[in-house]
Ligand binder design. Structure first.
Ligand code: PAF
Length: 284
């Protein structure tokens, strides 16, 4: 069979997967918005390693973009995506048109309280409802599977995990490490927006987060002191405009009064029209 097989309808994807399941094969699913990079490729490789059939969806989900965000300009290159998927041995590429996913106005949405609320949820109202709704829909289309998500979108991973637990989806969510450029910048489709000067400046996010993690490892227990340290490093970069920096409990995403246990430092930073997010973990 020519791989990947591109499928554009929900019905055909379900039929193809039903055949594989009838033959006893497990399904690995990598949901994406396309413009695939090495980060996505690493998720496909993880799926390829653990599952018999690998499905990748490419769908720029309008529900998760707010007013004035980059829905219309979000980078798209389906031919290249198909080549990346082919190189990783993907079996099925699910590329539904918007009308296939949302043939009528959506009246039913999924909203995950608490974990959706801080950080990205506060900066991008409605974003995680859009993510949870499309991921729920994709899970219902793909069916029982292992689903692979990158830790770069740490809060998204937490939202999806919680949704799967609360709503008993027959899905095992697998979080995979962030893939970085050689200078530390987390890979993201939105890096395509960076000018050469912004691209050179952008690794400051990871440097700053690591400095925060190092301070915690060295004994700092005050979240405000860590936030100020990380913010200071980012704000010293003239091309960077800090949106937020937080240090939270890695499971609840709540800010502890004293830093202890499994922690995550997260930041969102604008470089011109690119809004980039990143995070690192540290355990006390
Ligand atoms: O991380 C993404 O690319 C998207 O948020 C996802 C999970 C594919 C849902 O549209």
């Amino acid at each position: 069979m020519d791989r990947p097989l591109t499928v554009t309808t929900i019905g055909e994807l379900r039929d193809r997967l039903a055949e594989h399941r009838a033959a006893g094969r497990t399904v690995g699913f990598v949901p994406t918005m396309g413009y695939l990079h090495e980060g996505h490729a690493s998720l496909m490789r993880a799926a390829r390693e653990h599952d018999d059939v690998v499905v990748v969806s490419v769908f720029v989900n309008p529900l998760q973009f707010g007013e004035g965000e980059d829905l219309d300009t979000y980078p798209r290159d389906l031919e290249r995506d198909a080549r990346v998927a082919a190189a990783e041995g993907v079996d099925l590429l699910f590329v539904p048109p918007v009308e296939e996913m949302y043939p009528e106005p959506v009246l039913t949405t999924v909203s995950v309280a608490k974990v959706s609320e801080p950080m990205e949820g506060a900066a991008r109202p409605g974003h995680f409802d859009g993510v949870a709704t499309v991921v729920a829909k994709l899970f219902n289309i793909v069916g029982p599977c292992r689903a692979y998500f990158g830790a770069k979108d740490f809060q998204q991973l937490a939202v999806v995990r919680r949704m799967v637990r609360d709503l008993s989806f027959p899905v095992e969510v697998v979080g995979c490490p962030t893939v970085r450029e050689l200078d530390g910048l987390a890979m993201s489709s939105r890096n395509a927006y960076l000018t050469p000067e912004q691209r050179e400046a952008a690794p400051v996010i990871y440097r700053a987060l690591r400095a925060g993690a190092a301070a915690i490892a060295a004994g700092e227990r005050d979240p405000q002191a860590v936030r100020e340290l990380v913010a200071g490093i980012i704000e010293a970069e003239p091309l960077a405009e800090l949106d937020y920096v937080e240090v939270v409990d890695a499971d609840s995403l709540a800010t502890p009064e004293t830093l202890q246990g499994n922690l995550r430092l997260l930041a969102a930073v604008r470089f011109g029209r690119a809004r980039l997010i990143d995070n690192v973990g540290v355990t006390v």
